[in-house]
Design a protein around this ligand. Structure first.
Ligand SMILES: Cc1ncc(COP(=O)(O)O)c(C=O)c1O
Length: 358
């Protein structure tokens, strides 16, 4: 078997042991006597799986009891509209910190459905190379939305913004990579496909007392309360994606605490950032105090060298290093499942490439 060192931004790398377990059980799961994909979501063993996902996620991430965990479809992108539809009353406004693409999309979507999305802070003028320090808060805002980690630009909040209004966090690309303080948040959402499994399920962690805020005539499927009341099984859930999420949670728990996960992630990221800082050849996109531990965006002196770097890396089995088209350059995504040894190989390749081409 030849598995590449996969630096993809998402869907991202999954632990080999999780894939192998899924492979073993794919056709005939011992508890179901059939594939997990063929089972009724009303079957008792499946309901127990759903309960285990809730229990495991709650315990790993320290999610307080006054939050409901919803397992939804439609990707994190659906949350850009579902959040305002559920949490803002008609005509209300919400504050957004714009750190690029994902928050920009959330802002656009909120405006499109008739709410006011106020940009409270942005790093747009500097090419989204930092987490904005100046945030002009509206004390009447329904919430303050931020993206804890910008997957494309490679910026990450060190901790949640201070706020007098409830926080909403898009944690799609750093959930479970470090401890998270739910205090002050009304809602946290994340697509699964970086640290929690394959694409197909979106986790929404919402304060229970916010569930009744949605207008009565909101379509059933768009209402968080519908899913909270039915244990995320109002309609057929994405069983395979949730099954994989369940396996991923067992894997995360087996790695130790989220504090330990954070230490490992910081050590991995340091291997690449140290290489960048020790060279005049590589240039990181993010300012050092805003650097992401999940996505390292960097560039070489010319576009030609960026391309040569990505292509040569591929020959060494280091794949998916091309930067997002809106930033260019290169990007190494080093999610929880990325082994330190692979990051070490990348750092060595960077040194070697610089010696030859710098
Ligand atoms: C931070 C962030 N938010 C939202 C999204 C959109 O997620 P989805 O493709 O699940 O809609 C992404 C996708 O990469 C992301 O990185």
């Amino acid at each position: 078997m030849t598995r590449f060192h996969n630096f993809s931004a998402g869907p991202g790398i999954l632990p080999l042991e999780v894939l192998e377990e899924a492979q073993r059980d794919l056709v005939d799961h011992p508890h179901f006597g059939m594939s997990i994909m063929e089972t009724s979501h009303r079957a008792r063993p499946w309901v127990e799986r759903m309960e285990a996902v809730d229990r495991d996620l709650r315990s790993i991430a320290g999610i307080p009891d006054d939050f409901a965990i919803l397992l939804l479809q439609g990707g994190a992108s659906s949350q850009f509209a579902m959040v305002p539809l559920n949490l803002l009353a008609g005509g209300a406004s919400a504050d957004y910190v714009d750190t690029g693409t994902w928050s920009s999309k959330a802002i656009a979507e909120t405006g499109k459905i008739g709410f006011i999305a106020r940009v409270a802070g942005t790093s747009r003028e500097t090419g989204y190379d930092r987490i904005p320090t100046e945030i002009n808060r509206d004390p009447r805002a329904g919430y303050l939305h931020y993206t804890s980690n910008n997957t494309i630009y490679g910026t990450q909040w060190a901790s949640a913004p201070t706020s007098d209004v409830p926080l909403v966090c898009d944690a799609s690309s750093d959930i479970l990579s470090k401890p998270f303080d739910f205090d002050g948040h009304d809602l946290v959402f994340a697509g699964a496909q970086k640290n929690m499994g394959p694409a197909g399920v979106t986790v929404v962690i919402v304060r229970r007392d916010a569930l009744s805020r949605a207008p009565r005539d909101l379509p059933t499927m768009w209402k968080y309360k519908t899913h909270a009341d039915k244990g995320s099984m109002y309609n057929t859930p994405p069983v395979f994606a949730i099954y994989m999420l369940g396996l991923m949670l067992k894997w995360v728990a087996a790695q130790g605490s989220l504090e330990q996960m954070q230490q490992r992630n910081e050590a991995k990221a340091a291997l690449i950032y140290d290489r960048i800082d020790g060279s005049g050849f590589y240039r990181g996109h993010a300012q050092s105090d805003s650097r992401s531990r999940m996505n390292v965006s960097f560039r070489l002196p010319t576009d030609e060298l960026d391309t040569a770097f990505v292509n040569e890396a591929m020959e060494h089995g280091l794949v998916n290093l091309k930067g997002h088209r809106s930033v260019g350059g290169c990007r190494a995504s080093i999610y929880n499942a990325m082994p330190e040894a692979s990051v070490q190989l990348l750092a060595e390749f960077m040194a070697d490439f610089e010696t030859r081409r710098g």
